[in-house]
Design a protein around this ligand. Structure first.
Ligand code: 13P
Ligand code: SF4
Length: 331
């Protein structure tokens, strides 16, 4: 595909936005794909829901909504489009399908997994429930539909404490992220029984590394995701979901900031905040990075990679995600 005058005219306003993080030579490959995807979206009445960890050409080029997992789930439930293309990972596409089962939900790469989601199965949850009879199960949204179906309620990083407290129980099983479980324990009196999952991106950050950055950059604000270790969270100024971190930067305009999370977040938030200086400790999520513009175009053209969930699982899993959606986001 060539970058002709028509494509240039249609995509130049987007390039004005992203030129700080995408070199012109690279843009000449992205622009024709972006143009074609945006035309196809209109033709097929499709919507592109994108997670904050997607690369800037996807985030700013083809997305209708770009946000954290909670917002993507809620947007999926409200959309009037016929097709949802989920630019994120498999559990996010499954959640979209659970929230709006009559829509066709497509995932550009079916290999877009998640280390947390693969750390636990439905059978593991059944065994936990046998071990702790009567204790409610809160599952992080980073789980398969099969695990959600065994859970009382889901949560995301944007509402985990609120969801745990909403149950009115003195003890809950929280799975699968052991670090998120520890983070919740510091914010509530509810006793948390956890699992052993971790995020391969966030577990790699260390408090030592953050302290070094702080020493080199006096006054820097450190924002971390609750999937980070307790040591990293302890040396952070703010801990929250990906959208929570973006909102912090948009609102407070710190002079210098470090987002202790996946690499693309800093690029995407930088574009909206040109006066903020970003220190970038970069850890890539290999699953998020399987999504590319050619794969988005291909799945939209051929309508392949559709998310299908057996009715016996989706009926129960839907209850857990809808219950979470009813609780909303913590402030
Ligand atoms: P958010 O829900 O905060 O967007 O996080 C999702 C995720 O996978 C973080 O690693
Ligand atoms: Fe899963 Fe971690 Fe990637 Fe998020 S960043 S999708 S938790 S592996």
């Amino acid at each position: 595909m060539q970058l002709n005058a028509e494509i240039k005219k249609a995509t130049d306003p987007i390039y004005q936005k992203v030129s700080k993080v995408i070199p012109e030579i690279e843009w000449s490959f992205h622009a024709p794909l972006i143009h074609k995807i945006n035309m196809l979206k209109k033709e097929k009445n499709a919507v592109v829901l994108t997670h904050n960890y997607q690369t800037p050409e996807i985030f700013h080029g083809v997305s209708d909504v770009a946000a954290d997992s909670l917002a993507l789930a809620i947007e999926a439930s409200k959309t009037e489009a016929d097709i949802i293309v989920l630019c994120g990972v498999h559990f996010m596409a499954e959640t979209a399908k659970l929230m709006n089962p009559i829509k066709k939900v497509l995932l550009p790469d079916m290999g877009a997994g998640c280390s947390l989601a693969s750390s636990i199965t439905g059978k593991d949850v059944r065994l936990l429930k046998e071990k702790y009879p009567g204790v409610p199960v809160v599952s992080y949204v980073n789980t398969s539909a099969e695990v959600k179906a065994e859970s009382d309620i889901c949560c995301t990083s944007a509402n985990a404490v609120q969801v745990v407290e909403s149950l009115g129980a003195s003890k809950v099983i929280f799975l699968p992220d052991q670090y998120m479980a520890k983070y919740i324990s510091t914010k509530t009196k509810v006793q948390i029984i956890s699992w052993v999952g971790t995020c391969i991106v966030h577990e790699r950050f260390s408090a030592q590394e953050i302290n070094y950055v702080k020493k080199q950059n006096p006054g820097i604000k450190i924002l971390s995701h609750p999937e980070c270790s307790p040591g990293v969270i302890a040396v952070s100024d703010f801990t929250g979901s990906t959208t929570g971190m973006a909102k912090y930067v948009n609102k407070k305009q710190p002079e210098k900031v470090m987002l202790v999370t996946e690499c693309s977040m800093s690029d995407n938030v930088q574009i909206e905040n040109p006066n903020v200086q970003f220190v970038r400790p970069c850890n890539l999520c290999p699953y998020m990075k399987t999504i590319t513009l050619p794969k988005i175009l291909d799945c939209l053209e051929t309508e392949t990679n559709e998310i299908l969930i057996p009715e016996i699982i989706s009926r129960k899993a839907r209850k857990a995600v809808e219950r979470m959606a009813g609780i909303g986001r913590s402030h």
